[in-house]
Every structure is written in structure tokens, then in C-alpha cells.
Write a protein that binds this ligand. Structure first.
Ligand SMILES: [Zn+2]
Ligand SMILES: [Zn+2]
Length: 199
């Protein structure tokens, strides 16, 4: 006999069986290296970032390509992981507000200890190392505070808002409509002051 209630109960029990360690694109199995000091292996990870990080102005966006070239070395007290991560940073130029994409490469190195000891920040868990927090920290620390589309970006025209790099020789002609002459005279005066200050 199996009533609908019984089936539902079995299904909910199954859903509760969540493993306490979950592999992600950032995790690497190291059981073949554990407790075999001197052993070494390389591992390359290629994936799309499952969840982006950074701030509103700049960061690694969800689905950005990421490649991690890691070298794993078995030591007496754990696994030493060193390598570099390459990804694409998305941001906004602080001067002209256009979208900026920067290819970046950051190095990292960290020891994953066998023992859960306060002396170590990271540990081998269930025969795996999880590079996510290390990669995240390394990339976030490398983000430029003031991203610019190019070093000599001139920003936006304070008067009309066009991007000055796209409009070389950009300038505003004096207004000719006589009805606005008086006002134009005033604005030209203040514009000149602005221009002087920026030079
Ligand atoms: Zn710019
Ligand atoms: Zn303008």
C-alpha cells in the first residue's frame, strides 16, 4: 500500500539530503595529492563566472569568462595552490561614462591545510580545495578605483554632454539669434571662465 501522503513524505526526505560540501567551478579534487609530499600537478579551469562580484562601477559580471591556471603541490601540512586567474572586468569610465571592458590577469598563492587550525585560513575539505574566496579576493583587490576607457580620456563636454574623444576639435559657436543675444553673452562669459579653469 502506498498512499499519496507516503510518496510525498519520501520525496521531502530526499530533498533534505544535501551534501555538506558542494563542488563548484572553483573546486578541485586533490585526493591524489593528499599526504604525498613532493607530488605536484597542474590544473586548468575554464568556466563562466556563476555569480559576479565587485561594485556598481566595476567588477566581474555574472557569466564573464574565467580561466584559472593552478599548480598544486603536496606539502606536509597541506596543499599549496599557486597560479593565475584571467577574466574580463566590466566597468564604466569615470570621466565619459562609456562601458569599459578590461582583460585582467591576477596571481594568487594559498596553502590549504589538512588540519582545521586557526593558524590557517583555508583547509582541504572533503578531498577538495575551493579556490573561490581566494580568486574573488585577488580579483577584487586588483580592480582599479577610477576606471577610465583610456588614460587620456577627456570626459564629456560640460555644455552639451558629448564625449570629447569622439568629437575632436569640438567647440560651441556663439549664438546668433538676436533674441538670445543678451543671454548668450552671459553664458559665453561663464563658459570662458569654465574653460580657463580647466586649462
Ligand atoms: Zn572615458
Ligand atoms: Zn559640447
Amino acid at each position: 500500500m502506498r498512499g499519496p501522503g507516503g510518496v510525498r513524505e519520501a520525496a521531502s526526505v530526499e530533498l533534505l539530503l544535501v551534501p555538506h560540501f558542494q563542488t563548484t567551478p572553483y573546486t578541485i579534487a586533490v585526493y591524489d595529492l593528499m599526504h604525498r609530499p613532493g607530488e605536484m600537478r597542474e590544473k586548468h579551469l575554464d568556466f563562466r563566472v556563476p555569480e559576479g562580484y565587485g561594485n556598481a562601477v566595476i567588477g566581474v559580471r555574472t557569466d564573464a569568462p574565467m580561466r584559472i591556471d593552478a599548480r598544486l603541490e603536496s606539502l606536509h601540512d597541506g596543499i599549496l595552490v599557486s597560479g593565475d586567474v584571467r577574466t574580463v572586468i566590466d566597468g564604466e569610465c569615470v570621466r565619459c561614462l562609456t562601458d569599459v571592458k578590461l582583460a585582467t590577469k591576477v596571481e594568487f598563492q594559498e596553502l590549504f591545510a589538512y588540519s582545521v587550525d586557526e593558524a590557517f585560513d583555508y583547509t582541504v575539505r572533503d578531498d577538495h580545495v575551493d579556490l573561490e574566496p581566494i580568486v574573488r579576493d585577488a580579483v577584487v583587490l586588483s580592480l582599479p578605483f577610477q576606471p577610465v576607457c583610456q588614460e587620456d580620456c577627456l570626459g564629456l563636454c560640460p555644455e552639451c554632454g558629448v564625449r570629447l574623444l569622439d568629437n575632436p576639435g569640438h567647440e560651441h559657436e556663439a549664438r546668433v539669434d538676436p533674441r538670445w543675444a543678451a543671454l548668450a553673452g552671459l553664458e559665453t562669459l561663464s563658459d570662458n571662465e569654465d574653460t580657463e579653469e580647466k586649462r
